[in-house]
Design a protein around this ligand. Sequence first.
Ligand SMILES: [Zn+2]
Length: 175
Amino acid sequence: MIRNFFGHLHTVNRHRFLVCRYCFMMGLYWQGLTHDLSKYSFVEFWPGVRYFQGNRSPIDAEKKEKGYSLGWLHHKGHNRHHWQYWMDQKNGNEVYFIDPPIRYVKEMVADRIAACKVYQKEKYHQSSALEFLHSGRETPLIPQKTREKLEEYLTIVAENDLKSALHIIRDMDRE
Ligand SMILES: [Zn+2]
């Protein structure tokens, strides 16, 4: 358990450090500094320790075992860089999604690159995040405009060195 505690803490810290660096390269300073801070709250941190894997998200493991994850529900409810944050229901049984503002789509780019790096370690390559987007079974659920933007940005990441890619993205679609 102690090993899981420090393992999870290290994963979160390392993830936040990388996302912060990438966000800064895109000019998103506040988002870089505050990314995923809710992961230190008890409701999110504890399941992260309990279901610690090291090479994949503990949330998936928790969902597999319990069928749901309270930590994830808390996380996506508090973090605008998740497209699930922008999902709701209206008129009774109608589920709807709206496209997040572009600065959060850019934060998703940083988040996805960092997640691939942390979990894939030396197997990471510059197309990792794009490949993950293409293979992800949840991808068709992402609202179309956001999905297309993500694909466009991650293609730039796949085709350029990371720093240049993030500078190109910084200068695109300025709000
Ligand atoms: Zn997050």
